[in-house]
Design a protein around this ligand. Structure first.
Ligand SMILES: Cc1cc2nc3c(=O)[nH]c(=O)nc-3n(C[C@H](O)[C@H](O)[C@H](O)COP(=O)(O)O)c2cc1C
Length: 186
């Protein structure tokens, strides 16, 4: 079977971010027929439509990798009950210029982690709402919501919580299955 490429979108600029560690765990747990490439959102300016046809190099690299991927995997944290500004900014850059959105028609996985007891669930709902306009197809089950993050990762940022690792394995398996269904439908 041909290998699928899943493009991982980080949600945090923080070093040792829990949400980025989720992408690293996903890379480790990915099914054999899929490869996860983790994007880099550092150095992105705040989106300005005046610059959308002349995006800086880190943004162009991100857009090209996202466009080339078969599926997208978003790692979310939660800032003030919503998406972090860094993540929303990366999503906005990826959606432009009009007609060249990197997200259009793609299946999407979502994983979130937070230090709090809701694990970034509110940010997931915000992104799911945006996905209507982005024309993305989110995986619904199993959800990946990692609560009380400091208890779930070791000192090196490795996800050690078995339940969370199982959620990621299940989510990725569904993402790969659904991506293949979509690919073979046209
Ligand atoms: C500005 C700010 C707002 C935050 N708001 C929330 C929030 O609404 N819900 C939540 O669960 N955690 C919130 N947190 C805590 C984050 O979950 C925590 O900082 C987490 O480690 C950020 O994710 P990261 O490790 O991927 O950077 C907030 C943190 C900051 C700095």
């Amino acid at each position: 079977m041909d290998e699928l490429t899943i493009f991982g979108v980080p949600g945090s600029l923080r070093q040792n971010a829990y949400s980025t560690s989720l992408l690293e765990a996903a890379r480790e747990l990915a099914p054999k027929d899929a490869r996860i490439e983790i994007g880099d959102i550092r150095g992105f300016p705040v989106f300005n439509q005046d610059d959308e046809n002349d995006a800086p190099a880190p943004v162009r690299k991100f857009q090209e990798a996202a466009r080339a991927a078969d599926a997208i995997l978003f790692a979310l944290n939660e800032h003030n009950y919503g998406l972090s500004a860094a993540e929303k900014n990366a999503i906005d850059w990826g959606s432009r210029p009009y007609g060249q959105s990197a997200w259009d028609g793609k299946p999407a996985g979502l994983m979130s982690a937070s230090v709090g007891m809701l694990g970034g669930a509110r940010a997931q709902y915000e992104l799911r709402q945006s996905m209507v306009f982005l024309n993305m197809f989110p995986i619904n089950r199993p959800e990946v919501i990692v609560t009380f993050a400091p208890q779930k990762f070791d000192a090196h940022g490795r996800l050690t919580d078995e339940t969370a690792r199982k959620m990621i394995t299940g989510h990725l398996s569904e993402l790969v299955r659904f991506t293949r269904v979509l690919k073979h439908s046209h």
